[in-house]
Structure formats: C-alpha cells, structure tokens
Design a protein around this ligand. Structure first.
Ligand code: TEU
Length: 546
C-alpha cells in the first residue's frame, strides 16, 4: 500500500459549538477551540475536522450555509479563524473544513435569486419542477421531512431538498454553479487548509426524471447515482489534486464496490470515506454483523483505497452508550471500543468527548432538544395522533443531541464549558465524567487514548498491516480476535465485547512465550507458558507476537 501522511493520521472531530465557549454567549467558538488546542495536541492526534463554521441561519447547526466565504458570528470572525489555522499548524497539526455542497440554506443569496422568478439566471442553480396533478413531482421522502419537495407560491413550482425544507439542493448539472463552487473551494485551499470533509457527497447527482419510489420510506434512492462520479472527478481536477490535502466523503448507503469508486487511488476522486453501515444501519451492538461489515469492506478496499473507522460522529448517539456499556463498565468499554477502532484497518476518528468516555443523554421534554431531524420527526408523528410521550421516548435513543451536549471540562457549573447559559443542556453526569478528572488519573480513558495513539505513531503495522481474523472466534458473538501483520511483525488483538468473563485458549503460535503485551485496559498478569487467557468484561489486549 502506498505510504501517505494522512493514512498514518488520527483525526479528532471538533463540534465547535459544544467544545469551549470563550465569550460567555453559551456557544462554543473558534477562540475557545484555540484555547483548548494543547489539550487536543496532547492526545497525539494529527488532524482536526472542524464542523461547518460558515455563515448560516444555523437551523441545522451550520449545515445550512448562506455564505461560503464568511464565518458565522457565533463561531467568531475570519480573523479568529485565520488565527486558528495558524495555531493548529504551529502545533504540527492539520485542519480540515467541513463543507456542504449538496445544498445551501434557503437564505443563501443564490437561492433567493433562484426563487425570485423562473427567468432568473440562477433559476437552474437549484432543482425546480412542476407538480403532478396538483401534488409534488414524486413521492420521495427527505431525510428530515415527509417530502423532498417544497411548493413555492411565487413561481408556482416545487424545489427539491434532500434534508430540511430550509436546505434546498444545488443542481449539480449546472456548470456555472459548479464553477463557482470550485472557485470557492480553491479560495479556502489557498488559505492553507489541509482538506475537506465533504458533507452528504453521495447525494450530488439526481435522476433525470423523478419517478415514484416503490418504498418511499427507504431513502436510499437519494444516494449514489452514477453521474456523481463524473462530478467528483471534475472537482478533483479543478481543485483537490493541486494541493497536498486529505479529503473524506460522507457517503450514506454505499457498498464497498460503490465505495471504491469514491476512494480508489487510481480514480482521482476522494481519499477516504465514511460509510454508515454501522452508525446509521446497525441500531445496537451486533458483533457478527459488525465483523461481516469489516470483512467485506476490508476485502473491497484494502490496497486500493482507504476507509475510516468510527462508531459515532455528531449525528449519532455516543459509542459508549450505544455500543458499549455506559454504566458499570463505562471506562472499560470506552477503552475497548477505542482499541478496536485504532487497530482495525482504516483511519481512526475520535469524536470530541469520546476520549473521556462521554455518554448520551435523555432530556425530559422535547423543548430541551435542538436536533432538527428529531424535532421534525416528533412534529410529524404527534401530528398523526400518536401519544406525545411515547413519540419522545421512541426518538430519544437515537437523537443526534446525544452526542451534541457540551464538552465536560471540569466539575464547575456548566462543566466549565461556558460562563453563560449553554445552547443545549449539559449532561448531568459532568461531575463524575470530565476532562480534568481524566487528566489527573493515570488509568483514565484519556490516558489510554494517548497510549493507543502513541503506539500507532511508532508502529506502522497498525496502519499498513494486513488484517486477518483468527478462525476460532470468527463466529463468536462476544469476542473479536484478529491480527495485523506487516513484514515480519504480527500483532494480535483480543477484544471482549461482553460483560462476561471468558476463558480462551489461544493457538500454539500465540502462547505466552511468543507473545508480548503492548497495551491492555486492565492490568494483566501473564504467568508461565500458559496458552489460556482469562478475559474480563470488555477487556481489550494488544500483543506483539514473535
Ligand atoms: O449528514 C447527512 C447524512 O447523510 C446522514 O447519513 C446522517 O448520518 C444522518 O443525518 C443521521 O441521522 C450530514 C451531516 O453530518 C448532518 O449533521 C447534517 O444535518 C446533514 O448532512 C445535512 O447537511
């Protein structure tokens, strides 16, 4: 596999509005992030992925952009952003910006023009269609609302939106619009950023004709249309390939075959992708399914293109709550999941707060939630006559706000996040779970992440090593046991994804004489030449095999 700097990197995602508030307005901001850069650097990460900071009415937390070349006042100013870039680079780290080019805000001047009349030169920058028999052009559902179509009174046509009504999709068939997007991307790249996370990139291409879907609830039809790759190759030629950067595409509903088209090194599109077979499509931990997903993606991409490893971002419930155990074994399972993500093939992503084992939340009333996806769904279901309480309870486990509560810095009021009123409630467990405590304790989750990342830095096997499962545990619903090997080096990773104590007998090649423990989330006493291991709940071990 070709060696490239970003393949060896660890990425840290900063959801800035919930990171650190420097001015007491209740929102995290860029100045706050600058003040906490040492904290991020000490973890050992290389790249910061910054959620959208562009000018925006902020209905979908920055994913509704109204000016691509200005900074949203809640986040700060362009000057502060420049300072941020400088400070990130001064610490030897890189900064990638989260860019949304599938849609804009309905308050973007382009859309305001497009909507003003059918003859407006920007009319075709968005997707406008006549209705069908007095109804929307087709029956598609959008991510955040019952229809992808919204009626416009003035021009008497519908416009298309994959997400909220306030997020009209750009028409990528329009060359003038594409050129403007590429110009804007170059403007950011010329400022010296190190890449993009490209939002909802699988959605760019639309069908020529919007036929009805047989199963409108299954919104796969929104994604991965063939024309998409023509756009990505053009984008690469017009912008990306001229810079030493890294790009990651957010691609829902992709198969590895499809995924390879985005990231194959010989195709000139993107560098890596996020597929959502786990986060969006696997509601609770399912060991066999997870193994199957990993196997399939490894087979599909290895040696040809890169994958990413993550169990949640700002759109999903925190991993320790959803896939681990956020009660008795919070610390152990947080470390075990980390061990897995950093030792599986792919580039590991850490979502802020994960490194201290932050957990999801359950707010008591819908008013305490902010997530537009959840709120729209709530209104829709309650509107159908369903019991409001029951709807709330059903939406809580997967609300996107589970990962959006502010970073817990210490046990002072508002977890040290803000001196004002936080834009969203703090998780009440901040007195027990916070960064200050983790920094004090040598066995904390934070300290474990540090060790894990340091290990990756020193050992190429974690990056370039081939992956193989031990056949003995392939069908185990509790254990995940695999090796990574490169040249003469072999590492063995043993993970217990359960609350049970489990006794296993390793094959003779891995007996005590041939293995050396590199890292574990419990203190392990290895005695004699035993082949047996007794694994404790959520135990994780990394061995080097000689
Ligand atoms: O998410 C888009 C997306 O395609 C989904 O896969 C996502 O996983 C889903 O919302 C899960 O609930 C991106 C951003 O990450 C999200 O925050 C934005 O709201 C969305 O695009 C619209 O821009």
């Amino acid at each position: 596999m070709n060696k490239v700097w970003w393949k060896e990197a660890v990425v840290y995602q900063v959801y800035w509005r919930s990171f650190y508030d420097s001015n007491g307005d209740g929102y995290g901001d860029l100045e706050g992030l600058i003040r906490k850069l040492d904290y991020i650097q000490d973890l050992g990460v290389d790249i910061i992925w910054l959620n959208p900071v562009f000018e925006s009415p902020d209905l979908d937390n920055g994913y509704d952009i109204s000016d691509y070349e200005a900074i949203m006042p809640k986040a700060g100013t362009m000057e502060t952003w420049e300072k941020l870039l400088f400070e990130v680079h001064a610490r030897g780290m890189k900064l990638i910006m989260d860019l949304v080019v599938n849609h804009t805000s309905n308050r973007h001047p382009w859309f305001i023009e497009s909507k003003s009349s059918r003859e407006n030169p920007k009319r075709d920058w968005y997707i406008w269609r006549d209705g069908k028999e007095g109804k929307a052009p087709n029956n598609w559902r959008s991510y955040f609302s019952p229809s992808t179509w919204e009626w416009d009174e003035t021009t008497e046509q519908y416009y298309f939106h994959s997400f909220a009504v306030e997020q009209p999709d750009l028409n990528w068939e329009n060359e003038e619009m594409r050129k403007e997007i590429y110009r804007m991307m170059r403007a950011w790249l010329d400022k010296g950023i190190d890449g993009f996370r490209l939002d909802a990139i699988a959605l760019l291409a639309k069908p020529e004709q919007f036929d009805d879907a047989d199963h409108p609830e299954d919104i796969r039809y929104l994604t991965n249309r063939p024309g998409l790759h023509v756009f990505l190759q053009e984008m690469n030629k017009q912008t990306l390939r001229d810079y030493d950067i890294v790009t990651v595409g957010e691609a829902a509903f992709v198969s590895p075959e499809e995924g390879l088209k985005y990231v194959a090194e010989d195709r000139g599109e993107l560098n890596m992708l996020f597929h959502f077979e786990v986060c969006d499509e696997m509601p609770t931990w399912d060991m066999l399914r997870f193994k199957e997903i990993q196997r399939r993606w490894y087979k599909g991409l290895w040696g040809k293109g890169s994958n990413s490893q993550f169990l949640n971002n700002h759109d999903h419930t925190r991993q320790v709550t959803r896939y681990g155990n956020d009660g008795q074994y919070r610390v152990e399972s947080a470390k075990m999941l980390a061990t897995m993500l950093h030792t599986l093939p792919g580039i590991p992503y850490i979502y802020q707060g994960e490194e201290i084992g932050m957990t999801g939340v359950k707010f008591e009333s819908i008013d305490q939630y902010d997530d537009i996806a959840m709120k729209n769904r709530y209104a829709e279901e309650v509107g159908k006559g369903r019991d409001a309480d029951e709807v709330l309870r059903s939406l809580q486990p997967l609300s996107r706000d589970n990962s959006r509560t502010p970073m817990q810095w210490n046990d002072s009021p508002n977890a040290g996040f803000t001196t004002g009123t936080p834009w969203i409630n703090i998780n009440p467990n901040y007195k027990e779970i916070n960064a200050e405590l983790d920094l004090e304790h040598p066995n904390s989750v934070y300290r474990y992440y540090q060790k894990l990342i340091a290990l990756r830095k020193k050992n190429e096997v974690m990056v370039y090593g081939e992956f193989e499962e031990l056949p003995e545990w392939m069908d185990s619903e509790r254990l995940y046991v695999y090796t990574r090997s490169l040249g003469g080096t072999t590492w063995l990773i043993v993970l217990n994804h359960s609350e049970d104590r489990i006794l296993i007998t390793l094959p003779v090649d891995y007996n005590a004489d041939s293995r050396k423990l590199l890292l574990a989330n419990y203190s392990v006493e290895e005695a004699g030449s035993e082949d047996q291991l007794e694994l404790k709940p959520f135990e994780a071990r990394i061995y080097e095999i000689s």
